[in-house]
Design a protein around this ligand. Structure first.
Ligand SMILES: CC(=O)N[C@H]1[C@@H](OP(=O)(O)OP(=O)(O)OC[C@H]2O[C@@H](n3ccc(=O)[nH]c3=O)[C@H](O)[C@@H]2O)O[C@H](CO)[C@@H](O)[C@@H]1O[C@H](C)C(=O)N[C@@H](C)C(=O)N[C@H](CCC(=O)O)C(=O)O
Ligand SMILES: Nc1ncnc2c1ncn2[C@@H]1O[C@H](COP(=O)(O)OP(=O)(O)OP(=O)(O)O)[C@@H](O)[C@H]1O
Length: 566
C-alpha cells in the first residue's frame, strides 16, 4: 500500500527477523505469532500509521494527544508485520486482539532511533554527519555547511525546517528534525543515493523527544540561545539542558560552540565531548573581543562586492578568507560556524579557501531567511525573514538599518498557542529598531488573533512612549493591521522607494493556521502582489497587478512546516 505521507524510504534494507530484534534489544514478545518470530522479517520501521508500508515494524508510542497503539490496527492493515510498544500500549493491543506479534519495552521512544538504525544497517556510519543546534541560525548554518561541502565536491544530504534533500531529490519537511524512524530512513536513502555527507538541524524538541537517538554526529555546532519554546521546555535552563545533550557522546564526536553569549560559554562547560570555540563578536569589534581566548575568531569584516568579506582565523595563525552574500552580521556568525564545523571534520583550510574562491564565496540562498523580494530605486526594499522571537527580530532589524536610507518598516506578529512571554518583548524590540511598526498576525493556531496582537501591542506602545520621551526623541509609528496579507499590502503601498519593509516571522512558510484551518499565505507572494500593485499605480506602462488574496484567504488542507501537525 502506498504511503499517504511522502517520506524518504530506502529501496533495500537488511531484513532482520523479529527474533534477532528481540534478542538485540532485550524485548519481551507477546501476541499472535509470538512463537514464530524467527520467521517474521522486517525491512523498515515507522512510528505513524499513515506512513506504514508492507513489511514494517510499527512502533506505537505514547503521546500527548493519543497512544500510537490506537493506530496499530490501521498500521497492520497497511502492512505492518509487528508492533513495538510500551506496557500500556501492549494492554490496549491485547484488548484489540491485534493479529501480529507485539514486542514490549519500557520506553520504546528511547529505542526507536537505535532500532531503526539497526534495521537500516547503521546508515549514519557511512556518512560524514554535521548537526546544528541553537535558538536562531540552525537552518541558515545547515544550508551553509551544505553549500561548503558541495563546493568541496561532495554529494550532500540535508535535513531541516524547510526541506529534506538526498542528493537532488527533495521533499518539503514536516518537522525541523524528523521523528527517529523517519530520520533513519532518510539516512538509509542517502546511503543508497551515494550521498557522502549530512548537514542537519537538531531542534531542542528533537533532543527532548529522542528523535536523534541512535545517531552520533561527527561534528555538532551551537549557534546561540535566547528565549523561545518555553511553552514546551518550561524555562531557559531546561531549554539549555535539552540543547546540551547534543554535546554528549551519545550524540556527537566533537563540537564547535559560538561563545559570543554566556550560553555559549556554559555550553563549553557542559559539553562531554571535545569542543572547539568560535568567537565572532559584535559587528563593531569582530575579531577583537575575547578573540585571544577562543580557538577560532572572525576578523577583517568588511563590505565586499556581493556581500561581506571576513577572515576566520585560528589562534595558531591558520586562516580562511571568504565572503558571504547573506545580509547581516549574524550571518557572518552562521558562515563562520559552518566553516569551522567543516574544518573540524578534517578539511584542509587551503582546500576550503580554494573551493570557496571557485564557488564565489558562501552564496547559499536560504528560503525565507533575509530573502530580498525587491530592491530600490523604483520600489522599496522588501525583505522576508523568519525572525519569530525577540533576539532574531532585533538582529534582523539591526542588519537592515545601516543600508536603509529612508524609514525602516517592520510587519510582524507573534505565534498563538506558543510561548506567550515573548509577545510584549517582540513589540518592544521592533519599536527599538524600526521607524514604523505594524503589528499583525503570525500563526494564531487555536488562539483568537486579536488576543495575540493585544499581548504584543503593550510592549510596542510602552517602548514607543519611552523613545518619544528620550533626550534625543524618536517618534515611532505603531499600528495594528489584520489580516496579515493586508498588513503586508498596505505597508508596501505606503512605503517610499528609499524605505525598507521587513516582513518578519514566517519566512518560507506557505500555510497560516487560523482556528485549526490552514490558509494559503506566502509572505513573498503577498509582497510581490503589493509591489505589482504599486507599479500599476505609478504608470500605464507598468505591468498589471496580479490580484492580492488579502481579503479572501483560501481554505486548504492541513500542512504547516513551522508548527507542524502529524
Ligand atoms: C511536542 C512535539 O513535538 N510533539 C510531536 C509528537 O507528538 P506526541 O508524541 O505527543 O504524539 P501524538 O500526536 O500524541 O501521537 C502519538 C503517536 O501516535 C502516532 N499517530 C498519531 C496520529 C495518527 O493518526 N496516527 C499515528 O500513528 C504519532 O505519530 C505518535 O507517534 O509526535 C508527533 C508525531 O510525530 C508530532 O506531530 C508532534 O509534533 C507537534 C505537533 C509539534 O508541533 N512539534 C513542534 C513543536 C516541533 O517538534 N518543533 C521542532 C522545531 C522547533 C523549532 O526549533 O522551531 C521540530 O523539530 O520540528
Ligand atoms: N546566528 C543568528 N543569530 C541570531 N539570529 C539569527 C541568526 N541566524 C539567523 N537569525 C535570525 O533567525 C531567523 C531564523 O533563522 P534560521 O531559520 O536560520 O534559524 P533556526 O534556528 O532554524 O530557526 P527555527 O528554529 O525557528 O526554525 C532568521 O530569519 C534571522 O532573522
Amino acid at each position: 500500500m502506498t504511503s499517504p505521507i511522502d517520506r524518504f524510504r530506502p529501496v533495500a534494507s537488511a531484513h532482520r527477523t523479529l527474533q534477532e530484534l528481540a534478542a538485540r534489544f532485550d524485548l519481551e514478545v507477546r501476541g499472535a505469532g509470538a512463537d514464530r518470530t524467527g520467521h517474521v522479517e522486517i525491512g523498515s520501521v515507522a512510528s505513524d500509521d499513515r506512513t506504514v508500508g508492507e513489511g514494517e515494524l510499527f512502533v506505537a508510542l505514547p503521546g500527548a494527544r493519543a497512544h500510537g497503539a490506537a493506530f496499530a490496527g490501521a498500521a497492520v492493515a497497511r502492512g505492518a508485520r509487528a508492533v513495538l510498544t510500551d506496557p500500556a500500549g501492549a494492554a490496549l493491543l491485547a484488548d484489540a486482539a491485534v493479529a501480529v506479534p507485539v514486542l514490549v519495552a519500557a520506553d520504546p521512544r528511547e529505542l526507536l532511533g537505535p532500532v531503526a538504525a539497526w534495521v537500516y544497517g547503521e546508515p549514519a556510519e557511512r556518512l560524514t554527519t554535521f548537526g546544528v543546534t541553537g535558538t536562531n541560525g540552525k537552518t541558515t548554518t545547515t544550508y551553509l555547511v551544505d553549500h561548503v561541502l558541495r563546493a568541496l565536491g561532495w554529494k550532500t544530504g540535508l535535513v531541516g525546517t524547510v526541506e529534506t534533500r538526498s542528493g537532488d531529490r527533495v521533499l518539503a519537511s514536516r518537522l525541523t528534525t524528523p521523528e527517529a524512524a523517519d530520520l533513519q530512513a532518510v539516512l538509509a536513502t542517502m546511503v543508497e543515493d551515494e550521498v557522502r555527507t549530512l548537514a542537519m538541524e537538531v531542534s531542542s524538541h528533537a533532543l527532548a523527544l529522542h528523535r536523534v537517538d541512535g545517531l552520533v554526529f561527527d561534528v555538532v555546532g551551537f549557534t546561540n540561545l535566547s528565549q523561545d519554546h518555553l511553552d514546551f521546555h518550561g524555562d531557559l535552563q531546561s531549554y539549555f539542558e535539552a540543547k546540551a545533550t547534543l554535546f554528549t557522546q551519545q550524540h556527537a564526536r566533537r563540537g564547535v560552540v559560538v561563545v559570543d553569549d554566556a550560553w555559549g560559554e556554559r555550553m563549553v562547560g557542559a559539553a562531554q565531548v571535545p569542543v572547539t570555540t568560535l568567537r565572532v563578536g559584535p559587528a563593531a569589534d569582530a575579531g577583537t573581543t575575547g578573540a585571544a581566548t577562543a580557538d577560532w575568531s572572525v576578523a577583517d569584516v568588511v563590505p565586499a562586492p556581493g556581500g561581506t568579506a571576513f577572515t576566520l582565523r585560528h589562534r595558531d595563525g591558520v586562516q580562511v578568507r571568504t565572503t558571504t552574500s547573506l545580509p547581516g552580521h549574524f550571518n557572518v556568525a552562521n558562515a563562520a560556524l559552518a566553516l569551522t564545523m567543516v574544518l573540524e571534520a578534517g578539511t584542509d583550510p587551503r582546500d576550503l579557501e580554494a573551493a570557496l574562491d571557485a564557488a564565489g564565496g558562501l552564496t547559499a540562498a536560504v528560503p525565507g531567511r533575509m530573502e530580498v523580494v525587491s530592491e530600490p530605486p523604483h520600489a522599496p526594499r522588501v525583505v522576508v525573514d523568519f525572525a519569530h522571537n525577540p533576539d532574531a527580530l532585533a538582529l534582523a532589524i539591526e542588519a537592515l538599518r545601516p543600508t536603509t536610507t529612508g524609514r525602516l518598516v517592520v510587519v510582524f506578529g507573534a505565534t498563538g498557542d506558543r510561548d506567550r512571554g515573548k509577545r510584549p518583548t517582540m513589540g518592544a524590540v521592533a519599536v527599538d529598531g524600526a521607524d514604523v511598526v505594524v503589528v499583525t498576525d503570525d500563526d494564531p493556531h487555536g488562539e483568537d488573533p486579536a488576543a495575540v496582537r493585544a499581548e504584543v501591542l503593550p510592549g510596542a506602545h510602552a517602548a514607543r512612549d519611552v523613545a518619544a520621551a528620550a533626550p534625543e526623541p524618536r517618534h515611532v509609528v505603531v499600528s495594528e493591521v489584520a489580516p496579515r496579507a493586508r498588513a503586508i499590502h498596505d505597508s508596501i503601498l505606503a512605503a517610499a522607494p528609499e524605505d525598507t519593509v521587513l516582513v518578519a516571522g514566517r519566512g518560507h512558510e506557505v500555510w497560516q493556521e487560523v482556528a485549526g484551518v490552514d490558509l494559503a499565505l506566502d509572505d513573498r507572494v503577498e509582497a510581490r502582489a503589493a509591489l505589482a500593485a504599486r507599479a500599476a499605480r505609478s504608470g500605464p506602462s507598468a505591468p498589471a497587478a496580479p490580484p492580492s488574496r488579502h481579503d479572501r484567504p483560501q481554505t486548504v488542507q492541513q500542512h504547516d512546516p513551522k508548527e507542524p501537525h502529524a
